[in-house]
Design a binder for this molecule. Structure first.
Ligand SMILES: [Ca+2]
Ligand SMILES: [Ca+2]
Ligand SMILES: [Ca+2]
Length: 363
């Protein structure tokens, strides 16, 4: 409380140049996060021009306050936005003030997925059985563009999850956002998909942007076609940021657990919070391996297990994304819903190599 009073006194003293009034934000904890305007973009801020922002660094502001000459050699500074992928569209989250557009910056801020190129070795990838790009950005179906599109053309979607323009690199045009409050929301096939049984080899890939590190018992569902703890596949998020897989069993009893902390959490679902995951399984070895990457890092192997669960057994449930399927009694287990955004879920009936996984991540 003492700190609040001290900082508010400073607000009043600097009233003419301060962008914050103490009444704007009653959150005492936020008062610790002070940001200083960096007009000339040298990374140093002007101590007389500051604002408060909880956890999020405001555009054009820095934590440093040691710039005694934070001015530009022109009467009026303009704001420009970084265009890191060179498509002519700027990143609204990466502005600078300048007299004219510097190299790599543009006037517009229309790019919701402005990621610098990643170096990787693109390789041919087998077509997935299912590819859900979540690029509809409207309506209540999600198209399957995989090889089984003739059998299963789409999944049905409740609302929420809502469509979102917040996407990862390679995220197309949109994703779906389940929000942070669990409920009976899901994306699901209309019926059980026979082609998801009998699989000895498979790979599941996707992007998640977790908003709340809180789970129901056994974890929050990401991709699942398990029949209430019996036959099928179940990939869950754990509150410590790990993911776990159960094949023909609940993940609770499975050893297949990734390293903790890989799925990060952002209350606002900031674009930098997207995490790419891949799980490969080969019943003939046996072997199950986790991979993770993000918007600026190519995927790498996390952990591998000699997980021996056999082929996907025949009595499975519907394919569901972001929640339990109907067979797993979703309506009485709503707290196992994923809290956040999901995009670009793909299911392959082979074990992808690391280069193939990285190609999926980036294309
Ligand atoms: Ca400066
Ligand atoms: Ca761009
Ligand atoms: Ca998408």
């Amino acid at each position: 409380m003492k700190k609040l009073i001290i900082l508010c006194t400073a607000c009043i003293a600097l009233l003419s140049v301060t962008m914050f009034s103490c009444e704007d934000d009653p959150e005492v904890t936020c008062m610790d996060d002070v940001w200083y305007r960096d007009m000339d973009g040298d990374g140093k801020g002007d101590k007389l021009h500051y604002l408060y922002s909880c956890n999020v660094q405001p555009a054009g502001f820095v934590a440093d306050n040691t710039d005694h000459d934070d001015n530009l050699p022109c009467p009026e500074a303009l704001v420009f936005y970084a265009d890191k992928d060179g498509d002519g569209l700027g990143d609204p989250n990466d502005p600078i003030f300048a007299c004219e557009a510097p190299e790599g910056y543009v006037e517009n801020n229309d790019d919701n997925a402005d990621f610098p190129p990643i170096e990787y070795n693109p390789v041919p990838v087998p077509d997935p059985l299912f590819a859900f790009h979540f690029d509809e950005n409207g309506g209540n179906t999600v198209a399957n563009t995989g090889t089984l599109s003739g059998t299963v053309s789409e999944l049905g979607k409740t609302n929420p999850p809502v469509w979102s323009m917040n996407i990862p690199r390679s995220g197309g045009t949109s994703s779906v956002d389940f929000g942070a409050q669990f409920d009976n929301y899901y994306v699901e096939s209309a019926s059980i998909i026979g082609e998801l049984t009998g699989l000895e080899k498979l790979t599941v890939t996707g992007w998640v942007n977790n908003k709340l590190a809180e789970t129901g018992s056994g974890g929050n569902r990401i991709v699942s076609w398990i029949n209430n703890g019996g036959d099928g596949f179940d990939l869950v998020y754990n509150a410590d940021g790990s993911i776990k897989v159960g094949i023909n069993q609940w993940p609770d009893g499975s050893e297949a657990l990734s390293t903790s902390g890989k799925i990060t959490t952002s209350e606002t679902g900031g674009v930098s919070n997207w995490v790419f995951f891949a799980v490969t399984y080969d019943a003939t070895v046996p072997s199950l391996t986790f991979y993770f990457g993000d918007n600026s890092t190519v995927a790498s192997e996390d952990k591998s297990y000699a997980y021996d669960a056999g082929a996907i057994a025949p009595d499975i449930g519907k394919l569901s994304i972001g929640h339990f399927n109907e067979e797993s009694r979703r309506t009485s287990r709503t707290d196992r819903m994923f809290r956040g955004l999901i995009d670009e879920v793909e299911i392959f009936h082979s074990v992808l190599t690391l280069d193939q996984i990285i190609t999926v991540q980036n294309e």
